[in-house]
Write a protein of this length. Structure first.
Length: 147
């Protein structure tokens, strides 16, 4: 069953990449870690986006290490224009500058009730300068179970 889900997620990911869902439209778009995840930096905030399909039981969670940014919003946009139940989409997380410094944010994509390794894991290092301008120093994917 797990192999089937992995193949299904791979197929959905490829379809999303082909349709352009993995690319941002914002002129401030930064380089993506890959086709699963990307981020957009605004003056005082950063928005991370991840391919997601909550109907599979998988979901993105994050942890913060540092206090230069704070979590402000989260939302899901269905990739299907008809908002079909079970359709994949993108999960968005916004973090806003709070004070000068650095914060590390780790994102994992897993089924919280299972004791398996996350399907995906990403780490971002976010810097905030004295004027509360945000930059992303790095955004990397960890070695996880890959499809």
């Amino acid at each position: 069953m797990f192999a089937f889900i992995q193949k299904l997620i791979a197929l959905l990911t490829a379809m999303l990449a082909f349709l352009g869902f993995a690319k941002g439209n914002d002129k401030n778009q930064e380089p993506a870690a890959d086709t699963i995840a990307s981020f957009t930096v605004h003056e005082n905030s950063v928005v991370f986006s991840f391919v997601s399909n909550p109907s599979t039981g998988y979901g993105w969670q994050y942890t913060l290490n540092g206090d230069s940014v704070v979590f402000t919003t989260e939302h899901f946009e269905c990739g299907d224009k008809g908002n079909t139940a079970g359709a994949p989409g993108k999960q968005f997380y916004t973090f806003t500058a709070e004070k000068q410094g650095k914060t590390t944010v780790t994102f994992i994509y897993d089924r919280p009730w299972e004791n398996n390794e996350p399907l995906y894991s990403y780490t971002a290092v976010i810097s905030v300068d004295a004027d509360l301008h945000v930059s992303v120093e790095s955004f990397t994917k960890a070695n996880n179970v890959l499809i």
